[in-house]
Design a protein around this ligand. Structure first.
Ligand code: CLF
Ligand code: SF4
Length: 294
């Protein structure tokens, strides 16, 4: 039975409204590949823990079987962990490993919430597999619902063996994201949408994104401030006033989450409080936070 929003708000650190609920999550970095070319992202798998803190970066990629073992250890280290999330370092639907991991986890840890995060390009066509894998919560990153605006954020997509760029790529991506959100939400799964807030590109457009995703059944919205880098290194980092104003505007259409910690794809512990990721892997994982798809 899918959990209600109220149940999730008490049990899941990223669905808590108002005060934090002090529950923990572990991210299992099983998804290496990606099918988008986000202009703010330079994905990598490396062990430059002290010097390389960027979007889409993880210390390592693990197999679904290793992920089950990592979850076992994470729960022993931090019994407050209630959520197993998969948020990269690439896209969770670009390779089959995330869904395989969730199916394995469901068998051994039926009470742990399964939380998946995706860019949504393949969500429409894989909605049934996502639903059947027993996901409790799904996050989709939607940075714009207008192809002209999205083209400034995303340079292209790789879809069914072809590269698409510009307006054509953005139109395909938006359509698949919105249809996918609708299908998964209809199945009773709680959907959250993340938007990377980019002052020069989509700040004024965010209320429109909030309205559209809410109309497709998303229940929670998370505004993530841009870390200016890569092709968007010319953009500014949103200040608190802009973040708060944009949250208030979005809140007219959808509930807004305010405790996001911009976790890495291999984070573990209680967001913003404890981090046990160092003890989970042979090599230490950085304690610095970066953007991920969470
Ligand atoms: Fe991870 Fe994301 Fe699930 Fe949370 S994170 S996949 S919904 S379990 Fe949470 Fe981290 Fe913010 Fe994400 S604080 S980046 S919102
Ligand atoms: Fe892919 Fe995520 Fe990077 Fe975009 S931000 S290119 S979806 S890994």
């Amino acid at each position: 039975m899918p959990k209600t929003f109220e149940q999730l708000s008490r049990a899941h650190p990223c669905f808590a409204l108002g005060a934090k609920n002090n529950k923990g999550r572990v991210h299992l970095p099983v998804s290496p590949g990606c099918n988008l070319l986000c202009r703010f992202c330079q994905r990598d798998v490396n062990e430059n823990y002290d010097t390389d803190h960027r979007p889409g970066v993880s210390g390592k990629v693990i197999s679904p079987d290793e992920a089950v073992e990592v979850l076992r250890r994470a729960i022993r280290l931090c019994p407050d962990i209630t959520v197993a999330g998969i948020a990269g370092p690439g896209d969770t639907l670009a390779t089959p490993y995330a869904l395989e991991t969730f199916r394995k986890i469901r068998r051994e840890f039926p009470d742990i919430l399964r939380c998946m995060s995706t860019n949504g390009l393949l969500l429409n066509e894989q909605a049934k597999e996502v639903i059947d894998a027993g996901i409790d919560t799904l996050t989709v990153t939607v940075n714009a619902v207008d192809p002209d605006i999205l083209s400034q954020v995303n340079a292209g997509i790789v879809w069914h063996g072809r590269i698409y760029t510009g307006r054509e790529a953005s139109t395909i991506l938006i359509e698949n994201q919105l249809k996918g959100i609708e299908k998964v939400a209809k199945a009773g799964i709680t959907v959250k949408v993340n938007t990377v807030l980019i002052p020069e590109i989509n700040a004024k457009h965010v209320p429109e994104v909030a309205m559209q995703v809410a109309s497709r059944g998303a229940q929670l919205y998370n505004i993530i401030p841009l870390i200016p880098q890569h092709e968007l290194d010319w953009c500014t980092r949103p200040d608190c006033a802009l973040i708060n104003r944009t949250r208030q505007q979005a809140e007219r259409y959808i509930r807004v989450f305010r405790h996001c910690q911009h976790c890495r794809a291999d984070a573990a512990g209680i967001p913003g409080q404890t981090d046990v990721s160092k003890q989970l892997y042979i090599k230490p994982v950085t304690l610095e936070n970066t953007f991920s798809h969470g």
